[in-house]
Design a protein around this ligand. Structure first.
Ligand SMILES: [Zn+2]
Length: 146
Protein backbone atom coordinates (compact mmCIF):
# COMPACT_ATOMS: atom_id res chain seq x y z
CA UNK A 1 0.00 0.00 0.00
CA UNK A 2 1.23 3.47 -0.88
CA UNK A 3 0.18 6.87 0.42
CA UNK A 4 0.37 10.03 -1.64
CA UNK A 5 1.26 13.20 0.22
CA UNK A 6 -1.35 15.88 -0.58
CA UNK A 7 1.22 18.60 0.06
CA UNK A 8 4.15 17.56 -2.11
CA UNK A 9 2.76 14.59 -4.06
CA UNK A 10 5.45 12.14 -2.94
CA UNK A 11 4.25 8.54 -2.46
CA UNK A 12 5.50 6.49 0.45
CA UNK A 13 4.91 3.08 2.01
CA UNK A 14 3.24 2.09 5.30
CA UNK A 15 6.58 1.84 7.12
CA UNK A 16 6.71 5.65 7.34
CA UNK A 17 4.33 7.52 9.61
CA UNK A 18 5.01 10.90 8.02
CA UNK A 19 5.74 11.95 4.44
CA UNK A 20 9.51 11.40 4.04
CA UNK A 21 9.77 14.52 1.86
CA UNK A 22 8.03 17.29 3.79
CA UNK A 23 7.36 15.53 7.11
CA UNK A 24 4.04 17.36 7.34
CA UNK A 25 1.52 14.83 6.12
CA UNK A 26 0.71 11.94 8.46
CA UNK A 27 -0.51 8.70 6.88
CA UNK A 28 -3.88 7.62 8.38
CA UNK A 29 -3.24 5.12 11.18
CA UNK A 30 -6.25 2.98 10.30
CA UNK A 31 -4.61 2.22 6.94
CA UNK A 32 -1.22 1.45 8.46
CA UNK A 33 -2.52 -0.77 11.27
CA UNK A 34 -2.30 -3.96 9.17
CA UNK A 35 1.34 -3.31 8.38
CA UNK A 36 2.12 -2.47 12.01
CA UNK A 37 0.40 -5.63 13.18
CA UNK A 38 2.57 -7.75 10.89
CA UNK A 39 5.63 -5.95 12.17
CA UNK A 40 4.60 -6.51 15.79
CA UNK A 41 4.09 -10.23 15.11
CA UNK A 42 7.51 -10.48 13.51
CA UNK A 43 9.21 -8.73 16.45
CA UNK A 44 7.34 -10.88 18.98
CA UNK A 45 8.36 -13.99 17.12
CA UNK A 46 11.96 -12.83 17.14
CA UNK A 47 11.85 -12.55 20.92
CA UNK A 48 11.45 -8.83 21.54
CA UNK A 49 9.62 -8.15 24.78
CA UNK A 50 6.07 -6.85 24.85
CA UNK A 51 6.99 -3.49 26.42
CA UNK A 52 9.51 -2.70 23.67
CA UNK A 53 7.05 -3.51 20.89
CA UNK A 54 4.25 -1.64 22.62
CA UNK A 55 6.47 1.44 22.80
CA UNK A 56 7.29 1.07 19.10
CA UNK A 57 3.57 0.91 18.27
CA UNK A 58 2.86 3.97 20.41
CA UNK A 59 5.68 5.82 18.64
CA UNK A 60 4.04 4.90 15.36
CA UNK A 61 0.84 6.59 16.51
CA UNK A 62 -1.20 3.54 17.54
CA UNK A 63 -3.61 4.17 20.43
CA UNK A 64 -2.46 2.58 23.71
CA UNK A 65 -5.59 0.43 24.08
CA UNK A 66 -5.31 -0.81 20.47
CA UNK A 67 -1.63 -1.59 20.88
CA UNK A 68 -2.25 -3.58 24.05
CA UNK A 69 -5.17 -5.52 22.58
CA UNK A 70 -3.18 -6.29 19.43
CA UNK A 71 -0.15 -7.57 21.34
CA UNK A 72 -2.16 -9.65 23.78
CA UNK A 73 -3.95 -11.31 20.89
CA UNK A 74 -0.74 -12.04 18.99
CA UNK A 75 1.12 -13.24 22.06
CA UNK A 76 -1.55 -15.87 22.77
CA UNK A 77 -1.51 -16.97 19.15
CA UNK A 78 2.29 -17.32 19.07
CA UNK A 79 2.17 -19.25 22.33
CA UNK A 80 -0.29 -21.73 20.88
CA UNK A 81 1.89 -22.24 17.78
CA UNK A 82 5.03 -22.67 19.88
CA UNK A 83 3.30 -25.18 22.13
CA UNK A 84 2.07 -27.36 19.27
CA UNK A 85 5.46 -27.16 17.51
CA UNK A 86 7.17 -28.04 20.77
CA UNK A 87 4.96 -31.08 21.41
CA UNK A 88 5.52 -32.33 17.84
CA UNK A 89 9.29 -31.95 18.23
CA UNK A 90 9.34 -33.80 21.53
CA UNK A 91 7.28 -36.68 20.07
CA UNK A 92 9.41 -36.88 16.89
CA UNK A 93 12.60 -36.56 18.93
CA UNK A 94 11.64 -39.41 21.25
CA UNK A 95 10.70 -41.59 18.24
CA UNK A 96 14.06 -40.81 16.65
CA UNK A 97 15.91 -41.69 19.83
CA UNK A 98 14.07 -45.00 20.17
CA UNK A 99 14.78 -45.81 16.52
CA UNK A 100 18.38 -44.82 17.09
CA UNK A 101 18.71 -47.27 19.98
CA UNK A 102 17.44 -50.02 17.71
CA UNK A 103 19.69 -48.94 14.82
CA UNK A 104 22.68 -48.77 17.18
CA UNK A 105 21.97 -52.28 18.40
CA UNK A 106 21.53 -53.48 14.83
CA UNK A 107 24.47 -51.38 13.68
CA UNK A 108 26.71 -52.80 16.38
CA UNK A 109 26.07 -56.20 14.95
CA UNK A 110 26.79 -55.03 11.43
CA UNK A 111 29.59 -52.64 12.35
CA UNK A 112 27.72 -49.38 11.59
CA UNK A 113 27.33 -48.13 15.14
CA UNK A 114 28.18 -44.56 14.08
CA UNK A 115 24.88 -44.27 12.16
CA UNK A 116 22.82 -45.09 15.24
CA UNK A 117 24.83 -42.73 17.43
CA UNK A 118 24.32 -39.87 14.96
CA UNK A 119 20.58 -40.51 14.84
CA UNK A 120 20.42 -40.59 18.63
CA UNK A 121 22.18 -37.22 18.96
CA UNK A 122 19.86 -35.75 16.33
CA UNK A 123 16.80 -37.11 18.13
CA UNK A 124 18.02 -35.75 21.45
CA UNK A 125 18.62 -32.25 20.07
CA UNK A 126 15.19 -32.30 18.42
CA UNK A 127 13.55 -33.25 21.70
CA UNK A 128 15.46 -30.51 23.50
CA UNK A 129 14.41 -27.84 20.97
CA UNK A 130 10.80 -28.96 21.48
CA UNK A 131 11.14 -28.62 25.24
CA UNK A 132 12.56 -25.10 24.73
CA UNK A 133 9.55 -24.21 22.53
CA UNK A 134 7.15 -25.32 25.23
CA UNK A 135 9.00 -23.62 28.06
CA UNK A 136 9.68 -20.32 26.28
CA UNK A 137 6.39 -20.18 24.36
CA UNK A 138 8.34 -19.14 21.30
CA UNK A 139 8.89 -20.71 17.95
CA UNK A 140 12.45 -19.45 17.72
CA UNK A 141 15.22 -18.58 20.12
CA UNK A 142 15.01 -15.14 21.72
CA UNK A 143 17.38 -12.61 20.22
CA UNK A 144 18.58 -9.18 21.22
CA UNK A 145 18.31 -5.89 19.38
CA UNK A 146 20.27 -5.83 16.18
ZN1 LIG B 1 4.95 15.63 1.68
Amino acid sequence: MLFACPICGVSFGPSSRYCPHCGEFEAPINQRIGFLELKAVELLDRGFDIETIEQLLLDEGVHATDARAMLEDQRLQLRRIALSTGIKRVVIGICLMSCAVYVTWLGAVLGYMIVGCGAFVFGASFTWSGVLNIVSGREREPCSFE
